[in-house]
Design a protein around this ligand. Structure first.
Ligand SMILES: Cc1cc2nc3c(=O)[nH]c(=O)nc-3n(C[C@H](O)[C@H](O)[C@H](O)COP(=O)(O)O)c2cc1C
Length: 495
């Protein structure tokens, strides 16, 4: 029996100066050994849950907390636990859908243990997309430490409770993260999604009730039982409680992982936490990566939560937030997204297998300068069919970027098909880069960065400038746009 001392009086986390709230995000350099963490309350929530609450009470408190899944469409975690709890079986499983992982390995284990106690599961699997995920060694160490401290095994904390956990790895496949495909993969079958009837919580791994939650969802659970349901309910918005980890990237001065309460505005994230635009003017932000959607200037002051994303047709999913400036071409963005989906589609259902291929062909035709207005209509129709009829969320969400941009950036699409113009300068067949010799100060940064050595100095010195301006040799230019993105004076433009 474990003789651990549990700590219950760690002050609640507070907002940082830039109004982030770090619940599941931790500095990778921080000491994550079990002793250091237990001195900060780790596993105290588990102990409290096991000693003070019946499994049904745990499920009830999870429902009351309002926690929603962080990995998919934001389904109520408590309701999912309830379905699994209510299903009788001689064996139940817990799966942590870990993707790339999180640093808080013990918090994830503690969350899984609380879930296992609540639904009556004795086996757990933590699934990483790949063995090379940065946080895997940390999780291996945490499992070993947890076992040594009596938090895993046949008689957890001397309370007669059993739970064991193992790590499993995918081979980088995106669709393997979809829960029904993941179950098939773990059974040794082909990694393809299935119709979710019944839900995995009723009939999942090896036909047994299986609770699948995202890693960030599990990492949040111990905090709810440590600080209480009311504390958790006080964070976020009416319908989206708690915080979300976001990977902020693109044209912001400060990129990196951040964690903010739901309800934080995009403006705050980009201009305060991200310290504003690195280059150029804000054009849009892609939220949710491959399954996500595009937010525009009009969305900057809306509180970010599941409802807001739903209203624009996007899914939070991975939590990536990529900020774009005027040098990003929307049809090219959509093309890259659709090409990714076509590559990752498992091919099982026709709308996704053929739809992603056909959409990539049409959008490539547009970015190659051969598109027509009819192509825009065809894309819209096809995207709608894919959303309505694909078997899993890969096919259903693959057209999200297209559908969230086709109206808001309609003029840009039309410019591509009618005028064969790409103002962002990314569609190579449509652009010729040129230098405004009066704005150019002759610093030569463009020439030094040009991979084709296509830029040289002219004899012309603009009034008020000391150096002669630069000139692009259009014969040599490979239209990569490096000069335009490097120029600090906006002197390079697309003709
Ligand atoms: C193509 C695809 C990839 C997915 N990848 C992940 C993933 O890497 N991690 C994850 O937690 N959920 C992923 N999901 C969502 C899962 O199917 C599932 O909804 C989620 O793990 C449930 O956990 P939650 O309720 O805690 O959000 C993916 C879904 C799809 C369609």
């Amino acid at each position: 029996m474990s003789q651990e001392t549990f700590v219950y009086d760690i002050p609640q986390p507070t907002l940082t100066d830039d109004l982030q709230l770090h619940l599941t995000l931790r500095d990778p350099e921080v000491d994550e050994s079990i002793d250091a963490l237990m001195a900060h309350g780790q596993y105290a929530a588990l102990r409290r849950v096991i000693d003070d609450l019946a499994p049904a009470d745990v499920v009830e408190q999870m429902k009351q907390s309002g926690l929603r899944g962080r990995g998919g469409a934001g389904f109520s975690t408590g309701e999912k636990w309830e379905v699994c709890y209510n299903t009788n079986a001689d064996q139940k499983y817990i799966i942590c859908n870990a993707g790339e992982g999180l640093h808080v390995a013990h918090a994830v284990l503690e969350g899984m243990l609380i879930a296992a106690y609540a639904v009556g599961a004795t086996r757990g699997i933590i699934f990483y997309r790949s063995e090379s995920a940065e946080s895997v060694p940390r999780m291996r160490k945490a499992i070993e430490e947890a076992r040594q401290h009596g938090f895993l095994g046949r008689d957890i904390m001397g309370r007669g409770i059993e739970f064991e956990v193992e790590l499993r790895f995918g081979m980088g496949s995106f669709v393997c993260g979809e829960e029904t495909a993941l179950i098939r993969f773990l059974q040794g079958d082909r990694c393809e999604p299935q119709i979710k009837q019944p839900f995995p919580a009723v009939r999942g791994l090896f036909s047994k009730p299986t609770l699948i939650n995202n890693i960030e969802t599990f990492a949040t659970v111990p905090l709810i039982f440590y600080y209480g349901v009311e504390w958790f309910q006080s964070i976020g918005t009416e319908t989206s409680k708690g915080t979300k980890v976001l990977s902020l990237s693109g044209q912001v001065k400060k990129e990196g992982l951040i964690e903010v309460p739901f309800g934080t505005t995009l403006r705050h994230i980009i201009f305060t936490i991200g310290k504003g635009m690195k280059n150029g003017k804000f054009k849009a932000a892609v939220i949710g990566g491959a399954t996500g959607g595009v937010l525009t200037e009009a969305d900057l002051d809306k509180p970010l939560d599941y409802e807001m994303l739903d209203s624009i047709g996007a899914v939070l999913a991975s939590g990536s937030l990529q900020v774009l400036n005027e040098n990003s071409c929307i049809p090219t963005l959509v093309k890259n997204n659709i090409l990714f989906a076509a590559e990752e589609s498992c091919g099982k259902c026709t709308p996704c297998r053929i739809g992603t291929k056909r959409l990539s062909e049409v959008v490539t035709k547009i970015t190659d300068g051969n598109g027509t207005l009819d192509d825009l209509q065809e894309m819209r129709n096809l995207a709608q069919v894919m959303q309505d009829t694909s078997l899993c969320a890969l096919g259903r969400t693959a057209p999200n970027l297209l559908l969230t941009t086709i109206d808001t950036f309609w003029d840009e699409y039309v410019e591509h098909v009618n005028a064969k113009r790409c103002d962002a300068g990314q569609c190579k067949t449509m652009v010729t880069f040129a230098i405004n010799r009066d704005t150019c100060i002759g610093c030569g940064l463009c020439a030094r960065n040009c991979p084709a050595e296509a830029i040289s100095r002219t004899d012309y010195i603009a009034p008020g400038h000391k150096l002669a301006s630069m000139l692009i040799d259009t014969e040599k230019c490979v239209k990569c746009g490096t000069c335009k993105s490097n120029c600090k004076f906006g002197a390079i433009f697309v003709q």
